[in-house]
Every structure is written in structure tokens, then in C-alpha cells.
Design a protein around this ligand. Structure first.
Ligand SMILES: [Zn+2]
Length: 232
């Protein structure tokens, strides 16, 4: 172990990303053995059917993957997103990278972009959590990363707080593509942290397809645990 690492670990002991228990000194693992054993990986969810059901719109993305069911990573996501621990992106993106490589989902992808947050929310949080994940994934897999091509022009309410009727109006027109040349003719991977109803990513995919994207693959850190019950 390098001296600097040793010093940092003494000052900031590593904690399990899932349950925040202290980890063994010098470990390379991101989770404790108990959380590693109980990892709740997302199963064969039919995301396209789910989005069709929930959005009442055509589905514009071509494929979708999630690593975990949300309940398993809930506290990790909250810590990362709402308590502003930007460095949590490193272990969380590592889980996405591992899944992506094991399932060969990065091949043929030309550009990775995050689901954007509205400027107002960006100011509150200081960073776009999806962007932090997407940046690491793009970097590790030698794929172009574009942060400001897809922008959120409407500060929407979280979709899960709304009724079926309200959702469509809430998300419609929320996104814009700023630089079509960077999207046109490209196979795009859209990165986000939670797939709930698919409304947000579907609206993003719609804008990307309208701007000439030939393929849109959605990659999520997690999907709603409600989808587990339906698909088992
Ligand atoms: Zn743990």
C-alpha cells in the first residue's frame, strides 16, 4: 500500500458502501462480506414492457439494463445523491462496469451520456450524480462522454410522486438536445441511477432518436424493487 493511501485510510477508514459498517483495514472491497453475500442483482425485468405500461407512450429505447434492485442500494444512492458524497461514484460505477463487461453491453456504443438534471437542482446538489457515474464508465471503457448534449429544460417533479395521468405531462418537453451532430447516426448509452417507471429515460430516448440517434441503450445502477415482485 502506498504511503498516501495508508495515511488516507487511517484518517478516513473505509466503510461498506451498502451498510456503512467499517471495513477491514487495507481491504480492496467496497462492501462488507455480509452485503456482498446478500447482493440483490436485478433479474430479467422486461423494461420495455414496463415502460409501455407506465408511460402510455411508444418506447424509444432499444434495450435497458440495471445492476441491482433499488432496495439493496437505496442507502448507498441516498448517501451519494443527497449527502453529496461525490466520491461514492467510484465504487458504484465499478459495479456498473463489472456488470457491463460481464454482459457485454458496451460493444458498439459510440457515446455515453447521463440523464441530465435541471440547472436549479444542479446548483442545490453541486453535481449530477448520473454524470459522475457515466463519466467513470465512459473513461474505463474508452467511450466518448458527452455531458451537455442532452439538457433538462424543465424542472420536473419526481415521477414516482405523481399519478399515471400527471406523469406524462410532467416529463413531456423536459429535455432538449443541444448539439445534434454529436448524436446523429450514433449508438448512445444513457446512464442513470434508478429505473422506476421508465418515463424519464423514455422521454430522453425520444429526444435522442428525434435527433438522429440510431440506437439507445439505457444503463441504470438500479431498478425499482416493485419490478421484482412482478417478474418473479
Ligand atoms: Zn455492508
Amino acid at each position: 500500500m502506498r504511503l498516501l493511501d495508508l495515511l488516507l485510510e487511517t484518517l478516513y477508514p473505509k466503510r461498506c458502501i451498502i451498510c456503512r459498517e467499517l471495513l477491514d483495514y487495507g481491504t480492496k472491497a467496497y462492501t462488507c462480506s455480509k452485503c456482498a453475500e446478500n447482493a440483490d442483482y436485478a433479474g430479467n425485468v422486461d423494461y420495455i414492457a414496463e415502460a409501455e405500461k407506465a408511460c402510455g407512450d411508444r418506447v424509444y429505447f432499444d434495450e435497458c439494463h440495471s445492476v441491482f434492485y433499488y432496495d439493496y442500494v437505496k442507502s448507498a444512492i441516498e448517501h451519494f445523491k443527497f449527502r453529496n458524497y461525490k466520491n461514492d461514484a467510484v465504487p458504484l460505477a465499478e459495479y456498473m462496469n463489472r456488470y457491463g463487461r460481464d454482459n457485454d453491453i458496451f460493444k458498439n456504443i459510440d457515446v455515453i451520456i447521463p440523464v441530465p438534471v435541471h440547472e436549479k437542482r444542479l446548483k442545490e446538489r453541486g453535481f449530477n450524480h448520473a454524470g459522475e457515474l457515466a463519466k467513470i464508465i465512459a473513461d474505463e471503457n474508452n467511450i466518448f462522454y458527452e455531458e451537455n448534449v442532452l439538457v433538462r429544460v424543465k424542472n420536473t417533479k419526481p415521477q414516482y410522486t405523481l399519478s399515471y395521468e400527471e406523469r406524462k405531462g410532467n416529463i413531456e418537453g423536459a429535455f432538449e438536445v443541444r448539439d445534434k451532430d454529436k448524436i446523429s447516426g450514433k449508438r448512445v448509452m444513457l446512464v442513470d441511477d434508478i429505473f422506476t417507471t421508465g418515463g424519464t429515460v423514455n422521454e430522453c430516448a425520444k429526444m435522442l432518436k428525434m435527433s438522429g440517434a440510431v440506437y439507445v441503450s439505457v444503463f441504470e445502477l438500479s431498478c425499482s424493487s416493485a419490478l421484482k415482485k412482478e417478474n418473479e
